[in-house]
Design a protein around this ligand. Sequence first.
Ligand code: DAT
Ligand code: MG
Length: 138
Amino acid sequence: MERTLVLVKPDGVRRNLVGEVIARIERKGYFVTNIRMLQADRALLEQHYAEHIGKPFYEPLVEFMLSGPIVALIAEGNRVIEGFRSLAGATDPTVAAPGTIRGDLARDQGTKVVQNIVHGSDSVESAEREISLFFGGK
Ligand code: DAT
Ligand code: MG
């Protein structure tokens, strides 16, 4: 079965949206097969967001992700990588479609980095790499 890494980012945890995110994953029919709350450290985030090193929003992104606890979970199901990104909606919450997590629950806060509630892996390779980072290869 395909699996993906979902993160509820610090904005989602601060706003008590962990249950809302999990409910949407479960209502869609995917299975949550592992979950943990953690305070990320810089070393973990530098690996997780390695593809964005050097971009103007990289440092604000890392600082934002360090700003409070996050929830990491593994969701499973056929085509869950694509399916969760569809549930999440577009990166920019201002234009993310209503009905999506970002479209319904987030907006532009005027910050250097977009705060958009959730992360979802974007390919099988990223998912396996990110699951290893957050769940030690399980
Ligand atoms: P996604 O999270 O939709 O996969 P991404 O991997 O391109 O998007 O970027 C990671 C995060 O960085 C994203 O969720 C929000 C932030 N971000 C991306 N592009 C940005 C931009 N142009 N300006 C500000 N923040 C950005
Ligand atoms: Mg991404």
